[in-house]
Design a protein around this ligand. Structure first.
Ligand code: GDP
Ligand code: IMO
Ligand code: MG
Length: 429
């Protein structure tokens, strides 16, 4: 079997897009299985950055089939913009190179308006969502009132659906003092989107299942990060989908035995966008330096990312939840110029140190991180292509991570470019 899963082990933005692009060089198919356009995955090839929100990050490789699976929520306008941009650049071929599940759900205008209005109304308790309508769209799905992609593209049922649903959503928008929406203009706009997206609609479970069974190389691209997972993350400061590797099964329509290798992407330090507890956050000049050297601004919202030291408590938690087989360490180069580098290996609460992840956000906010301090390497790594050439202290940093987690580091990234990576093992084996 030749399947690989990529998951984020922190609060997102670990560099998953870059890793997917790298491994997709050898993949036959890349599948997104959860989340929506709240994801922002950056791929840099020959100095040119491509930012992807809906479309799998394998799209830059000709001949790689891209699939958007059952568990994804889709914003048709954003998706069409992405398709148009990629087509303009000659990067997306005929309709068959992108397939979209008929079971995926559609994000509608009221989802976006409600997301923004409801989060703003929370005041101090706001989540700081991306405002893309993700929470409300998954609420509709779970409440069994959502619009699935298959029904959406059959435009004859669209008008009926919008007319039936609009009353409830306009009442909710009114509750938040937001403007009501006009069903007639939504129908006209979304009919046009449906027309353009119809050729991509597909029963993707068959396509994926056949590829897996035939031994084709299939790469499952996770979005967000483990600590943003709806069940396992820092609830309620999370997104509304499952971000752990198990979500591949429900979100792509494959069984657990179809999963072979699971890469956890670990940024060499930690970042977070939006609200919520972050034990190793640095609000001093060291945090500012990480943000500046790492260029830590959100791909989707442009917001400044909060920065801090690597937290191995959360990474260990992520490793267990997703059964990681391999680690990818990204942005190692960002640490090139630090005298000392800290790693959090435990949380202290009332004098007791533990590496257990508290279930409640308010309890996580109370922990004091326990650090190990390692010497920096004070040398440039971004042009290195072999593990042997890494500075000794960089090797020690990586070894400590491997040792603590008990999982091998098999890919190291030292820059945003496709070629700025050191691979220690075959991706599909
Ligand atoms: P994703 O959401 O996990 O795909 O990550 P993002 O694309 O949102 O954010 C990661 C950012 O770091 C992007 O701008 C990447 O181009 C960049 N990046 C990825 N790997 C490296 C690396 O090893 N070093 C540096 N300096 N930048 C990297
Ligand atoms: P990628 O795939 C970083 C965060 C938001 C917010 C919370 C809820 O690029 O790693 P939502 O709009 O999902 O309801 O927002 O989740 N968030 C992300 N942070 N990277 C992401 O995706 C994120 N997706 C959601 O900032 O705090
Ligand atoms: Mg991102």
């Amino acid at each position: 079997m030749s399947t690989v899963v990529i998951v984020g082990t922190q609060w997102g933005d670990e560099g998953k897009g870059m890793v997917v692009d790298l491994i997709a060089q050898q993949a036959d198919m890349v599948v997104r299985y959860q989340g929506g356009d709240n994801a922002g995955h950056t791929v840099v090839v020959d100095g040119q950055a491509t930012k992807l929100h809906n479309i799998p990050s394998g799209v830059l490789h000709e001949g790689t089939d891209c699939v958007i699976g059952d568990g994804v929520v889709i914003n048709p306008r954003v998706l069409l913009e992405e398709i148009a941009e990629l087509k303009n650049r000659g990067l997306l071929g005929g309709e068959t190179s992108l397939r979209i599940s008929r079971r995926a759900h559609v994000i509608l205008p009221w989802h976006m308006d409600l997301d923004r209005a409801a989060d703003a109304a929370k005041g101090d308790r706001r989540i700081g969502t991306t405002g893309r309508g993700i929470g409300p769209a998954y609420q509709s799905k779970m409440g069994r009132t959502g619009l699935r992609f298959g029904e959406f593209v059959e435009a004859d049922t669209l008008a009926d659906f919008i007319h039936c649903a609009i009353g409830e959503y306009n009442a909710l928008l009114d509750f938040y003092n937001a403007s009501p929406l006009d069903p007639v203009s939504i129908i006209a706009e979304y009919r046009e989107y449906a027309e353009k997206l119809r050729p991509y609609a597909c029963n993707t479970y068959r396509l994926i299942g056949e590829a897996v069974r035939a031994g084709r190389k299939v790469l499952f691209e996770g979005a967000h990060g483990t600590l943003l997972d709806i069940d396992h993350g820092t609830y309620p400061y999370v997104t509304s989908s499952n971000c752990v590797s198990g979500a591949v099964c429900t979100g792509a329509g494959v069984g657990p035995r179809s999963i072979h290798k699971i890469y956890g992407v670990v940024k060499a330090y930690t970042t977070r966008v939006g609200e919520g507890p972050f034990p190793t956050e640095l609000t001093d000049e060291l945090g500012a330096k990480l943000g500046q050297v790492g260029n830590e601004f959100g791909t989707t919202t442009g917001r400044k990312r909060r920065c801090g030291w690597l937290d191995l408590v959360i990474t260990k938690y992520a490793a267990q939840l997703s059964d990681l087989t391999d680690l990818v360490i990204t942005k190692l180069d960002v640490l090139d110029d630090f005298d000392e580098i800290k790693i959090c290996t435990g949380y202290e609460v009332d004098g007791v140190v533990s590496d257990e992840m508290p279930a409640e956000a308010k309890n996580l906010a109370k922990v004091t991180p326990v650090y190990e301090t390692l010497p920096g390497w004070k040398a440039g790594t971004c042009e290195l292509t072999s593990y042997d050439d890494l500075p000794e202290n960089a090797k020690k940093y990586l070894a400590r991570i491997e040792d603590f987690l008990g999982i091998p580091v098999t890919i190291i990234s030292v820059g945003p470019g496709r070629n700025q990576t050191i691979a220690l093992k075959e991706y599909f084996d």
